[in-house]
Design a protein around this ligand. Sequence first.
Ligand code: COA
Length: 160
Amino acid sequence: MRLAVYPGTFDPITNGHLDVVAKVAPLFDSCVIAVLHNPNKQPLFTVEERLDLIQAAVACWANVRVESFSGLLADYTKQIEADVVVRGLRSVSDFEAELPMAQMNQRLDTHAVTVFIPTSRDSADISSSLVRQVAMHGGDVAALVPLAVCNALRSKFMST
Ligand code: COA
């Protein structure tokens, strides 16, 4: 049974992330979307909110589940016995940032292999922080995120 982990902050999950999930889910027996709990960051959405939003967005894939983790990714991949770490590549600069992380993770967990998935052109310009910025100023993010995220962003920024 081949287990893939797709880690990230997902603050919030976007259609770009879902493009990666759609490509990866059919390739593995099981896929975990792993939300990083990073005490050094001040995310817009709590870990619980992010887990709920992702869960709703990936419900159509029976072999995809959602979890959170903290600390080193390599410790988490060892703990759940993941075979593959998935990272999406939107650009060459993503690759430059990702390669050293993949190499360090390989050093720390010699079993799990990082696999890079090129994202589709449509999602190359999407990032969670840009989505947050556009939504904060009342811009339309309906084409960039799942509906539940769109609604959650609206209520976050209506209440601030
Ligand atoms: N579509 C849309 N956006 C994408 C994307 C895609 N396919 N792939 C990445 N992004 C964006 C995210 O939206 C996010 O945007 P933002 O910075 O504007 O918010 C940005 O790219 C970074 O994304 P993410 O994939 O969430 O990476 P991250 O840097 O937040 O976290 C981890 C990466 C979790 C894998 C890494 O930090 C980690 O492993 N941390 C644990 C600690 C550890 O082990 N450190 C040692 C690593 S060697």
